[in-house]
Ligand binder design. Structure first.
Ligand code: ZN
Length: 129
């Protein structure tokens, strides 16, 4: 797993901030979304808040794009993640074509269910703006 940038909520102003994420050493899956990447630095361009952590736990963070869909948790780390999920949801991308990332190896059953895909796609489009 490589480093990545996640869209997160600023703990100071609740605006959109960017988190520099680093792997914690444990391979993750879609279902264990926050256990494997830690935020080493969070930078908010709205209020200028910068949080840095040198600990293994990293800076606590809340993803910017998350929603409850039919009692299930949908989350999107960043734009690339959202676009990949959207393409898969709408059928233009095969799972085998996803980037080499654990995010897509295990998708939960409710997300795999074809009848939920239009609702999931609608929410992801809202995330992407
Ligand atoms: Zn802020």
């Amino acid at each position: 797993m490589k480093t990545a940038k996640y869209a997160v909520r600023c703990s100071a102003c609740t605006g959109r901030a960017v988190a520099n994420m680093h792997p914690s050493g444990v391979r993750g899956t879609y279902r264990e979304e926050t256990c494997h990447m830690v935020a080493k630095k969070i930078i908010c361009s709205s209020c200028g808040c910068v949080q840095v952590s040198e600990t293994a736990d990293g800076v606590p963070y809340e993803l910017w794009s998350k929603a409850n869909i039919l009692g299930n948790f949908l989350w999107v780390n960043n734009e690339a993640h959202g676009r990949a999920l959207l393409e898969w949801t709408e059928g233009s991308r095969e799972r085998k074509d996803f980037p080499d990332s654990a995010y897509y190896e295990v998708l939960p059953g409710w997300l795999l269910n074809a009848k939920h895909r239009p609702l999931v796609a609608k929410k992801i489009r809202e995330f992407l703006g």
